[in-house]
Unconditional design. Structure first.
Length: 197
């Protein structure tokens, strides 16, 4: 019997450059999920990069992901949703929507699509000792209770000066606090934020 299934985990969004939309986190951990299954991270097999999908819909690729070397704690991933130029119609809409869902916290989890290679049934579910991961998906409802985004940093759409100021404030000692004030003024574009010390 061959099992093809999914498992869920948390991720953290990290938009690192203005031209890139990237995020990272844990693709899988050894924790038991809500349906009683466990995955042994040391038995996770993959071939980088894998497709990044929306909700396991194999017809809706939104980017690509790469997995890091498995450890006893789990398998980390780095994913990117590309910036698509005008003129590509529904593709641009699809990836822009996918990024917006991640950026604004509507989608806060990921799920791996995999084929079971070695597994055993338990009283609670299935213990997957070896799996082959073939895709990573963004999902709204995770199987792991702690599968939530912990931080969002997006610099897309900000001016170079604004990014420089944000980076300058990011270097301040932890706990020093940076009050962000929305300013309505002719001097700033609508919705701009002035950093105030």
């Amino acid at each position: 019997m061959e099992l093809a299934t999914r498992a869920y985990a948390a991720f953290e969004v990290k938009a690192l450059e203005t031209e890139r939309r990237t995020f990272s986190g844990w693709a899988t951990t050894p924790s038991m999920d809500r349906v009683g299954d466990r995955i042994n991270p040391m038995g996770v097999r993959f071939l980088n990069p894998v497709s990044l999908l929306s909700g396991h819909n194999h017809g809706v690729a939104i980017g690509h992901a790469s997995f890091q070397k498995p450890t006893n704690k789990g398998v980390k991933f780095d994913a990117e949703i590309p910036v698509v130029e005008e003129g590509y119609g529904s593709l641009k809409e699809r990836v822009d929507t996918a990024w917006g869902e991640v950026k604004y916290g509507l989608i806060r989890a990921v799920s791996i699509g995999f084929r079971a290679l070695k597994y055993s049934f338990t009283d609670t579910g299935v213990d997957y000792e070896e799996i082959e991961v073939y895709e990573l998906s963004t999902v709204a409802i995770p199987a792991l209770p702690d599968a939530v985004i912990t931080a969002v940093k997006s610099m897309s759409g900000l001016s170079t000066d604004m990014i420089r100021e944000i980076k300058r404030f990011d270097r301040l000692p932890k706990g020093s606090g940076i009050p962000l004030v929305t300013v309505k003024s002719e001097a700033l574009p609508k919705g701009a934020v002035r950093l105030v010390r």
